[in-house]
Structure formats: C-alpha cells, structure tokens
Design a binder for this molecule. Structure first.
Ligand code: CUA
Length: 347
C-alpha cells in the first residue's frame, strides 16, 4: 500500500506542479502566494493518495465472499493508532497555519509610502476614489495604479455583499455593507489586469468585471492630475468625434457595459435594456421628450422611466454624482451616435 500510495502521490504531485494554476503574476505578493499554494499541494496530495489507497485496498481485500453472512471479526478501539492519527494531522495543520500566517503577515506589511484607494461595490459595478492631500477625493470609474508602489484598498459596499478580487494580484476581500475591509498589494510591472466580483451578488454578478491599468508612476501622476481637474472628456467640444470616443470610454469604465448590450462597445449585458436601438426608440418611449433629454434622464434618474420588462430600480441612481457633467454629455452623445443608424434595410 505504501509503495502504491507513494507512486500515486509522486505522479499526482508532478502533474499538480506542472499545471499553471494562476494568471500572470501582477503583484509582488504573487510569488509568495504561488509558493504557498504549491506547498499545500505537496503536503495534501500524499495524504489524499495514501488514505484512498488504504481505503480501496481494504474494500477489495476484506470484501464479503459469496455465502459469507458473518459480520467479520469484532474490532475494538486501538488507543495507539488513535493517538497517531490525531497527532499527525494536528501537527501538519499547525505547521501550515503558522506558515500561512507568516506569508499573510509579510504580504500585509504596511509600507510608509503606500497609496490609499477607496473601492465601492454596487450592483453591478465598481467605482473608485483617490484621497488627495487636503481631504479632497478624486472619483474615477476606472482603476489606474502606479507600478511599484504599495496600494491599500479600502473596500465598501453600497448594497449587498460583493468581493473585490484582482486575480493577477492574488488577493481579494469581501465588500460588506456597513464595514470597511482592506487589502494591500504592490503592482509589479505595467499592464492591464482584471477586476472580478467573487461573491454572488445578484442577476448581474457574472458581468461585474472591470479592469485595472498599472502604469509607470509619472503617467499615473499625470492621469490623476487630469482627473482631479475634471474628467477625461472635459476638453472635447460638444458633438465632436472626440466627445463620442470619450463617451465610449465612460461607457466601458463606468460599468454600463456589464449590464447593457451595445454592439459598438462589444457589451452583452442583459440586466438592463439593450441600447442598440436606443437612438431609434428614444423618441417613441417618451413622446414629446427630445431623445438626448430622455437618454440623459435615464442615466441620472433611471427610476423616472422604466422600459417595459425591466425594473427601473435596479440601476444605481447616483451617476450624476459619480460622473462629471462632461462625462455625462459625452456618454449621451456616444449612445445616440452609435444607436441611431436604422440598421440598413431591417429598419
Ligand atoms: Cu458583485 Cu458579484
């Protein structure tokens, strides 16, 4: 049994270590966490293999032969065996706990120059705030981080429990209404990673995904500076091509794309009404209201008019606060721009 169990363990460990379990490592904690994961595999696989080998062997060896109606020999407790099988797992678990605690403590180590980012989860999008000196906070619907600087996420929720997870950073924490949770990580290298909600939070849970952009420090400073002065589309003239392009960015960064379908933005959400024909139906939905006014109202006051088949109370009602006036302008412009074509002959 020992030979079979050891052989099975060796093969399973080799396979387990060869599997690439995680996405690219995006933070300085990734290595340590990946090693912890490997250690857990190496420790738990032999236990599983040996226990299964003993169990299967005994099922086969001591099976009832045809005609044998006996209960088998009477067996009583074996103190020595019991002490052994309680002690060994206890020691293993204790050692792994200490190791896990040390790794977590290392990762959570607060750095003097860390940056705070406030994260808010709300069905079904994440939004962010960058506290500045003097108490001002810069809001953003896109998460941008400087490379190589520790960031401390202060995570809150406005409605139900969500979970703020960046797989490339290997860390996550629940966003729980009423309390603030946190985790820290130091982004390693530049690039774009995913933000995933890892707690079932309602109909749009699976689409509650955004991205985090890690950029060099100077680029981050410039971005934050620009944002603190009032939004990305601020400089674009109304009705211009730039403004519509800015609108697409707002659409994607704000999380509109997680709940609505819009072909131009490759969005396929089904929580809210599809926006593909918005430009054509805007006038019919609220006769007497200009399409741009209807669209604007739907963004800043979604409960004012619910499209048939949808509950007007699902969409967050605070976009007027979360977006700058320029961002809302460009979003309205963009939505009407890409949804007004009659779609060819289909009309
Ligand atoms: Cu938010 Cu799942």
């Amino acid at each position: 049994m020992l030979v079979i169990g050891s052989l099975a363990s060796a093969i399973a460990i080799a396979v387990a270590l060869a599997i690439d379990w995680f996405p690219e490592d995006g933070s300085t904690s990734s290595d340590e966490i990946d090693t912890l994961w490997d250690v857990l595999l190496v420790v738990s696989i032999p236990i599983f293999a040996l226990v299964m080998t003993v169990a299967l062997f005994n099922v086969w060896k001591y099976r009832a032969r045809p005609g044998d109606m006996s209960d088998g020999p009477p067996i009583h407790g074996d103190t020595k065996l019991e002490v052994i099988w309680v002690t060994i797992p206890a020691v293993i678990v204790a050692v792994l706990s200490v190791y896990g605690w040390v790794v977590l403590d290392n990762i959570e180590d607060k750095r003097e120059d860390r940056m705070i980012v406030e994260v808010t989860g709300q069905q079904f999008a994440w939004s962010f705030q960058y506290p500045m000196e003097g108490g001002k906070k810069v809001p953003s619907n896109e998460l941008v981080l400087p490379e190589g600087r520790q960031v401390e996420f202060k995570i809150r929720s406005k409605d139900v429990i969500h979970s703020f997870w960046i797989p490339e950073f290997r860390l996550k924490s629940d966003a729980v209404p009423g309390i603030t949770t946190e985790w820290r990580a130091t982004p390693k290298g530049t690039g774009t990673h995913q933000i995933v909600c890892a707690e079932l939070c309602g109909i749009g849970h699976s689409t509650m995904r955004q991205s985090v952009r890690v950029v060099p420090e100077p680029e981050f400073t410039a971005w934050l500076d620009k944002r603190s002065r009032g939004g990305e589309a601020a400089g674009a003239a109304p009705g211009s091509q730039d403004q519509a392009a800015g609108g697409k960015q707002v659409f994607n960064n704000t999380g509109c794309n997680t709940c609505h379908t819009l072909s131009d933005a490759e969005a396929t959400g089904e929580v809210g009404p599809s926006l593909d024909e918005l430009g054509q139906v805007a006038g019919e939905r609220k006769p007497g209201t200009k399409p741009e006014d209807y669209v604007r109202e739907s963004i800043v006051d979604p409960a004012a008019f619910a499209v048939e088949g949808f509950d007007g109370g699902t969409m967050p009602a605070d976009y007027e606060k979360r977006l700058t006036p320029e961002e809302i302008d460009s979003l309205v412009e963009y939505l009407l721009d890409v949804s007004s074509d009659a779609g060819g002959e289909s009309g």
